[in-house]
Design a protein around this ligand. Sequence first.
Ligand SMILES: C[S@@+](CC[C@H](N)C(=O)[O-])C[C@H]1O[C@@H](n2cnc3c(N)ncnc32)[C@H](O)[C@@H]1O
Length: 230
Amino acid sequence: MALRSAGSGKVSRDAVHHPLFARCYARISVNAETRLGMGGVRDRLLAGLSGRVIEIGAGNGLNFAHYPSAVSEVVAIEPERLLRKLAVESALRAGVPVDVVPGAAEALPVKSEAFDAVVLSLVLCSVRDVPRALGEVRRVLRPGGVVRFFEHGRGGGRAMLLTQRALDRTVWPLVSGGCHVSRDPVAALREAGFELGPHRRVMMPEKGPVLPSSYCVLGTAWRPTEEQPG
Ligand SMILES: C[S@@+](CC[C@H](N)C(=O)[O-])C[C@H]1O[C@@H](n2cnc3c(N)ncnc32)[C@H](O)[C@@H]1O
């Protein structure tokens, strides 16, 4: 199947260039698998998926080992060069076929309605244009297809939200590869026309200090089978 034929705009292969963050994330994320329980979260994120899946911003490929065997193929989009290289290595160890592809969420290099499921894990915080990225998610998902998401975003009380907003305007995106802590992924999915399914708050880390990035949500959404007239 021709995969790289239908992005909705021009975004370069290496649209994301955060080499220092990439090196740090590669190390921290592997520790988080066991020490913060991220491995268990990834199992819950992907349980029950089947068919053709596209994962957006796959990072170093830590989800790959958690895909159930009913998944026939994963297309893993990753714009950052070092993380993409590590994702290719992870793909070789995965139990399902994984094709790692350069690209960005805002212009996915794949055909429309080609996937049964889209996986978003810790990526909506980092994309440059959330509505455009979710428009692309909707385009590539078949009607009735599922979005599985694990994202962090705004949470806590007023003081925490003010802190999150202040961080987003100053240092946070600079030191964490373009990440933001005050976005609202559930509202963004709803505004992009997805039907929200079950979703629940997960604190990360589950125990211990509450950080501006701790407020996560794990859940499911669908592309409606019948589109609303725009
Ligand atoms: C915090 S990491 C999460 C990686 C992986 N999804 C995981 O669960 O470990 C954020 C990822 O989003 C990617 N990213 C940043 N901007 C992106 C964009 N515009 N389109 C797609 N991926 C993007 C980064 O390169 C990085 O791999």
